[in-house]
Write a protein that binds this ligand. Structure first.
Ligand SMILES: CC(C)(COP(=O)(O)OP(=O)(O)OC[C@H]1O[C@@H](n2cnc3c(N)ncnc32)[C@H](O)[C@@H]1OP(=O)(O)O)[C@@H](O)C(=O)NCCC(=O)NCCS
Length: 179
């Protein structure tokens, strides 16, 4: 007897993004721009914008990772410099986006774990997430992954005609990870 495969049993691959993935990355990004307060922009971007963004990350030696489910790009994650002063060089700020059709299958958890390994490889000591205070899913994701709230800034953002509070969550990374 064969068992029906659940979504959780789907084949998930976490890998570096190629330029061929960036149209889907753009679509996931634009969906978050239009429908969420995860990104505090109101303008959608084109493919050239995402190509330039990925190229800038790669030039710094930073990864752009994608999660692929059964051959379909379903989410992505990356990190960049936290602040542009050399004293912050061991700290990075990350972002994770999962397409709405692929959520709650553990993709963000896997992307974040992979990102942490890459961050350690880049010599990073701390990862920081800047999260809109009402984004309970992202706060739960980061809490589960061992991030702690270290700051809360009321009304520093505005989108959809309302003020947004920013929560910073951080994790001090181990020097090495045993797999
Ligand atoms: C937040 C986001 C990245 C989570 O991605 P995901 O792949 O659905 O998350 P996972 O399935 O890996 O969830 C891992 C854990 O995070 C928590 N979590 C994730 N989404 C949640 C939600 N909507 N509500 C409550 N908890 C949630 C749960 O603890 C979950 O573990 P569990 O399923 O065993 O309970 C996704 O909802 C998303 O892309 N949202 C829009 C963009 C965004 O907010 N990005 C983060 C910017 S800071």
């Amino acid at each position: 007897m064969t068992q029906a495969s659940s979504p959780a049993a789907s084949r998930i691959i976490i890998r570096d993004a190629t330029d061929a993935d960036l149209a889907t990355v753009r679509d996931i990004y634009n969906d978050a721009v239009v429908n969420t307060t995860a990104i505090w922009n109101e303008r959608v971007v084109d493919l050239a914008d995402r190509i330039a963004w990925a190229e800038a990350r790669r030039k710094l030696g930073y990864p752009v990772l994608v999660a692929e489910v059964e051959g379909v790009v379903a989410g992505y994650a990356s990190f960049g410099d936290f602040r542009a002063f050399e004293g912050y060089r061991h700290t990075a700020e990350h972002s994770i986006y999962v397409g709405s059709a692929f959520r709650r299958r553990g993709l963000a958890e896997k992307l974040l774990a992979a990102l942490e390994i890459r961050a350690i490889g880049c010599g990073k000591h701390v990862l920081v997430g800047g999260i809109e205070a009402g984004n309970h899913g992202s706060i739960a994701l980061h809490t589960k992954a061992g991030y702690v709230e270290v700051g809360r800034m009321p009304e520093v953002g505005r989108k959809f005609d309302r003020w947004l509070d920013l929560v910073f969550m951080q994790k001090i990374l181990p020097a090495t990870i045993t797999v």
